[in-house]
Write a protein that binds this ligand. Structure first.
Ligand code: SF4
Ligand code: SF4
Length: 136
């Protein structure tokens, strides 16, 4: 059975120069479609991508990624920002790795761009007003 999954990969700086996408294609027959990426040789990186392939190959590919120390999480949930609850404290904007939640200047108002969110849940853990939530 062919599957198409949207996943987020998170990895440490030591993985950045490894040919993981090449391996997924060549060794596991998967077709990755990269949607977002932040790869900084000095920091933790992430990739959001759709992966298409046979179920068994997908499972083997995920096992390979895990063996490399890469976390793989399915993006089957999304974060919603509850504007009416937000106190505009800005705490989450300093933690959000993708600038999905930002503090706009000079108005000093917080806005949320769901297309940039990788569901890392940092904002959920930090928001004192419970103004962000998971939508399954
Ligand atoms: S879950 Fe929150 S902190 Fe993480 S990327 Fe999405 S908006 Fe940013
Ligand atoms: S931490 Fe919560 S209350 Fe503060 S700006 Fe972010 S969403 Fe709004």
């Amino acid at each position: 059975m062919t599957v198409c999954k949207k996943v987020v990969l998170r990895f440490g700086a030591e993985i950045v120069d490894k040919p993981i996408i090449y391996s997924l294609i060549k060794e596991y027959g998967l077709i990755p479609n990269i949607l977002k990426a932040e790869i900084n040789p000095h920091k933790e990186g992430y990739l959001v991508m759709e992966v298409t392939g046979e179920n068994e190959q997908y499972a083997d590919g995920v096992e390979f990624l895990h063996s490399m120390g890469i976390s793989v999480d399915a993006l089957d949930q999304e974060v919603v920002w509850l504007k009416e609850k937000c106190t505009q404290c800005g705490l989450c904007t300093g933690l959000c790795p993708t600038q999905a939640l930002i503090m706009n200047r000079p108005s000093m108002t917080v806005t949320f761009d769901g297309d940039k969110c990788i569901v890392c849940e940092m904002c959920l853990k930090s928001c004192p007003a419970k103004a962000v939530a998971l939508n399954f």
